[in-house]
Design a protein around this ligand. Sequence first.
Ligand SMILES: Cc1cc2nc3c(=O)[nH]c(=O)nc-3n(C[C@H](O)[C@H](O)[C@H](O)COP(=O)(O)OP(=O)(O)OC[C@H]3O[C@@H](n4cnc5c(N)ncnc54)[C@H](O)[C@@H]3O)c2cc1C
Length: 342
Amino acid sequence: MFNKTFDTPVIRSIAIVGSGLSGLTAAIQLKELGHDVTVFEKSRGPGGRLASKRVSDGSVDVGAQYFTSRNPQFLPFLRQFGGDSIFAPWHGRFGFQTSTGQWEAFPQENRFVGTPRMTAITRALSAHTHVVTETRVGSLVRNDQSWTVYDTAGNPLGDFDQIIITTPPAQARDLLADSGLDRLASYLDDPVSRVLPCWAVAAHFPVSPWLHHEGMRCQHPALFWVANNSSKPDRPDDGQWWVLHAGPSWTEEHVDTPAEEVANRLLEAFRQLTGFQVGPDDIVTHRWLYARSEGGEQPGHLWFPDCGLGFAGDWLSGGRVEGAFDSASGLVAELTASAVTR
Ligand SMILES: Cc1cc2nc3c(=O)[nH]c(=O)nc-3n(C[C@H](O)[C@H](O)[C@H](O)COP(=O)(O)OP(=O)(O)OC[C@H]3O[C@@H](n4cnc5c(N)ncnc54)[C@H](O)[C@@H]3O)c2cc1C
């Protein structure tokens, strides 16, 4: 039987800001340990950068393209809380272009995707925890022994013993600044370099472009990544949805360019790269202000036991989907250990 007291809390009430993979991982693991967890998410649904957009014949992945499974605990966690059918290996040819324009193969590695779309993973995980969507956390106020969480309109969202922030670092800094917690924000300086922006364009072609690879990292001033979304398992269409990601520098230069123009520019780059001249019959665009992180010290996670505030997210642990899982798992382990020793 668990007892809840403020001096030696055994069951804690914990608020998690953000319902990407790191927020949901932390929420599930803490709930499994008996804690009372609420996840706040500013968007309409959970998932963060594990994102797919609905299109007429299914959906297309505009955020993370695939994930790895180097941590032996990652796939068992997904199976336990999502079931066997939410992800599958993505078999294909993956290559990158050298500075001389030659294609070379990516290192051999198992690559996985959500099925039938990337968001299948976070949708399944979110069923195991309490996620409050369309609620942007605007500030955090430290009381004597607890925190009060407010939305951006100043409405209280509840009192919590502990807070875990899983947003990208720039959004975490804003939240801390708006909460008058600038001293804590300064702790984010070392691990953070930057999370870079990315324009994403998904294009549907009436006939399938034939290319040498299912996923390609390109040497092009605009294009960074090109993938055949239809080659992923459990996608209903037959080879015609393609995803184009712009590089970070090009995106920074074109961050305010209208989406239609961005799509035209990336499709022109796709034509230059592949020689495929047929125009698309459907297009979806998405601008990521925070996509992939670069540099930084990568401490895994940050935990401040004296005030009961922690940070998890991909940017603290390798900048990838699996890093988000590693970061959240590491934070939960430290949080649990510090509870035992205090
Ligand atoms: C275009 C693109 C391509 C990528 N490709 C790959 C890839 O191929 N392989 C790979 O491994 N990784 C890839 N990544 C990176 C991968 O998506 C991330 O590493 C991972 O999804 C990060 O998860 P997270 O939980 O740490 O952060 P996020 O998914 O960003 O979750 C943070 C959440 O916090 C929410 N939020 C922010 N502020 C607030 C607030 N104030 N209140 C409430 N909620 C808030 C956000 O809406 C979001 O849902 C890619 C990312 C992008 C964008």
